[in-house]
Design a protein around this ligand. Structure first.
Ligand code: PMP
Length: 523
């Protein structure tokens, strides 16, 4: 096939145009360590320091030599990559290796079963599907139990137990029909409650993917609302607001009724029906503007979910795999998940892979029969992921310490910019190598151009474009908070690159202080 430069542009041309307006539609031709290379006018390579880090997938650096070597070995050895429905010892090794680290970090020995996928959103959807299978099975068990108690109550009535008038009044049925109408009404109400659609709980600002199901768990309305009718809905809780959580519960809870016989009289009791399928939470919100979860709110979520028996899905797709100095960022705030999702760096920047892990106490083996993907659990990705884990765990976890140390160095740079430009920079947030720098909203600036830029919805993109053009620094705003630039470099990020970033950010801040918009925009 001959491809010429005159061929029509059909692969998301509009997105390319939008990136172009901010000077961000650049082609990279090579990548190593923390550097991406673009071509200059004379064909020379121009290095760009990468702080976007594949939005979290290249913690180990681009084309890490050991990962590349492992990939080569696998291909040279003609390793069968796709052999579905056969034994997959490598997948099992990977699940066991993940369990070892998770057990160490959580201080538990409860096994977590692994279901592999291809992308982050897919791992989230697998967790959600599993949680719904489990919810359905729990509801069936509750209905069966309620049924058994109704049958026992009916026999008790036949043997002389009485049906008090207040029981009939409470259910709104005539007392004249006795137990038959009570039973009918309990069954009707229980069936209605059991059929109510599942609800999810998630945090405002949360991001859990853009597929049909997962996008309904992602707070950003632009991504979510056009597709609202395609999937189950979430109720969004403001980060840190436990009262709001209790209000949602009070408004949405459903109960199942059961009839019992106490002292020869029928009584009706209520018990909680699992309406809430799962609570999704990121230990550090990435796309929402880099907001770490506090230990206090993590504790509130944990207690709330334990009280209503709602599983917690900890989405570690961006925060996990060592980025904050631990495999699970959530282990740092004492959050224990029923489910974990991991992706991005799990594939070492080369493979596309993801996994969702379910604790044994919640695991439903039936899920293995009803969920699969052609590409999931393939040998190539599993072997690469094993190399990634080895690189993280090696030398007593040197990589985790490196993430902490580089994170502190990066934080010092961002803090110093904040300290020198408090009128421009609002806040620096995050953990480890997952940091964000939020700019003050400039929609009230005296310069009309700056007001326009601030209101364009692309504010951070223009700043990123400037950093790329003038400073050879690549960063991006977070997807749902465009005033926040994200910094997620690899472990390989050097002091020189941090200085390059410092110089770039200082210049951007100085231009914003002067409201010199023309100098920020592409010419
Ligand atoms: N969850 C989180 C926390 C994420 O950051 C992302 C991606 N930014 C996803 C889910 C979705 O992952 P993917 O893009 O691989 O589908």
């Amino acid at each position: 096939i001959t491809v010429t430069s005159e061929c029509p542009e059909l692969a998301e041309p509009y997105l390319r145009q939008v990136l172009d307006t901010a000077g961000l539609a650049v082609e990279y031709v090579r990548a190593e360590r923390n550097t991406l290379y673009r071509r200059g006018a004379d064909g020379e390579e121009i290095p760009v320091s990468d702080f976007a880090g594949g939005y979290g997938s290249v913690l180990l650096g681009h084309n890490h030599p050991e990962i590349v070597t492992r990939a080569r070995e696998l291909l040279t050895a003609q390793t069968p990559v796709h052999a579905q429905f056969s034994r997959h010892p490598y997948a099992n090794h990977l699940a066991a290796a993940l369990n070892r680290v998770i057990h160490r970090e959580l201080g538990t020995d409860e096994p977590y079963f692994a279901i592999f996928g291809n992308s982050g959103a897919e791992a989230v959807e697998a967790a959600v599907k599993h949680a719904e299978l489990d919810r359905g099975m729990r509801i069936s068990a509750l209905l069966e139990e309620a049924d058994g108690r109704l049958t026992a109550a009916r026999s008790a009535v036949a043997d002389g137990a009485t049906v008090p008038a207040e029981v009939c009044a409470r259910l709104g049925v005539p007392a004249t029909e006795g137990f038959a109408s009570v039973e009918r009404e309990i069954r009707r109400r229980n069936e209605k409650s059991a059929a109510s659609p599942p609800l999810f709980l998630a945090l405002e600002g949360g991001f859990h993917g853009k597929l049909v199901g997962s996008v309904q768990l992602t707070h950003n309305e632009g991504y979510r609302l056009p597709f609202k009718s395609l999937a189950a809905q979430a109720r969004f809780v403001p980060n840190g607001d436990a009262d709001h959580l209790r209000k949602i519960h009070a408004a949405e809870r459903r109960t199942l009724l059961a009839a019992d016989v106490v002292d020869g009289r029928i009584t009706v009791t209520e018990r909680e029906l699992p309406v809430f399928c799962a609570f999704l939470v990121e230990p550090v919100q990435g796309e929402g503007g880099v907001h770490p979860l506090t230990a206090a709110f993590a504790g509130e979520i944990q207690r709330f979910c334990a009280d209503i028996d709602c599983p917690v899905i900890v989405d570690e797709i961006q925060s996990g795999m060592g980025r904050t100095g631990a495999l699970l960022a959530s282990s740092r705030v004492g959050l224990r998940g029923d489910y974990y999702t991991l992706a991005k760096t799990l594939g070492g920047g080369i493979a596309k892979t993801s996994v969702m892990l379910v604790r044994e106490a919640r695991y439903r083996k039936e899920f293995e029969i009803v969920h699969s993907s052609t590409f999931a659990k393939d040998s190539f990705s599993c072997h690469i992921a094993l190399t990634v884990l080895d690189l993280l765990e090696r030398d007593g976890g040197r990589a985790y310490r490196r993430a902490e140390e580089r994170g502190e160095a990066l934080r010092a740079v961002l803090d110093s910019v904040h300290a020198d430009f408090p009128d421009v920079v609002k806040e620096v947030r995050g953990r480890g190598l997952m940091l964000g720098l939020e700019f003050h909203d400039r929609s009230g600036a005296s310069s009309a151009e700056l007001r326009e830029l601030a209101g364009s919805g692309l504010f951070g993109y223009f700043l990123a474009g400037h950093l790329l053009r003038r400073h050879r620094v690549r960063t991006f705003p977070t997807a749902s908070a465009v005033n926040t630039l994200r910094f997620e470099p690899s472990l390989q990020v050097s002091d020189a690159e941090l200085e390059q970033l410092r110089a770039g950010l200082r210049e951007v801040c100085a231009l914003l202080r002067k409201e010199a918009v023309a100098e920020l925009l592409p010419s």
